[in-house]
Write a protein that binds this ligand. Structure first.
Ligand code: SF4
Ligand code: SF4
Length: 167
């Protein structure tokens, strides 16, 4: 008799576990679907807010960016994805020279999207775009210059102590 009770007990426990498992299945069956019909929906596809697609340097309508060429992002990048070159410019009014950004190179092919560069930038000069279609035929095309041609640092950006005027 004992063995029969144990047998029935095992069946009931098994059934209970099956119901628990199916509970998740049924819940997901009626939840809002998040499957994207890509690439059919390419035109209206919006990635989630925190998606890290590609590092970019925003420019305003006057072709100005907020990068002070301090090099902090380059120092914090764990695998040398960022290469910054700077130059000096003389202020025509004050005669002072200051360091400004010359080129900001970003190698998308070696970026691990760790976000350290963005988090440590004191000027909020770089951020993430939601671009995700990065297929190219040569790796060289993944090496991108983030500052636009003819762009300059926005006046309102206040350089930190390490990057102020040279003289
Ligand atoms: S201002 Fe920001 S983006 Fe520019 S070099 Fe410094 S840390 Fe990098
Ligand atoms: S996300 Fe990480 S790996 Fe990519 S550029 Fe920034 S610091 Fe470097």
């Amino acid at each position: 008799m004992k063995s029969v009770i144990a047998y029935v007990k095992k069946i009931l426990v098994g059934l209970w576990n099956l119901i628990l498992g199916m509970k998740i299945t049924w819940l997901n069956l009626f939840r809002k679907k998040i499957t994207e019909q890509y690439p059919e929906n390419r035109d209206k596809l919006v990635m989630f807010e925190r998606f890290r697609g590609e590092l970019i340097m925003p420019h305003n309508a006057n072709n100005e960016h907020k990068c002070t060429a301090c090099g902090i992002c380059q120092m914090n990048c764990p695998n040398g994805t960022i290469r910054i070159t700077s130059k000096t410019e003389t202020d025509e009014q004050t005669g002072k020279t200051k360091k400004v950004l010359d080129t900001y190179m970003y190698d998308l092919g070696s970026c691990i999207f760790c976000d350290l560069c963005v988090q440590t930038c004191p000027s909020d000069a770089i951020t993430w775009s939601q671009a995700f279609e990065h297929s190219v035929y040569t790796r060289a095309k993944l090496d991108k210059k983030l500052n636009r041609e003819g762009s300059k640092m926005a006046e309102k950006v206040k350089p930190t102590a390490n990057e102020t005027a040279i003289n």
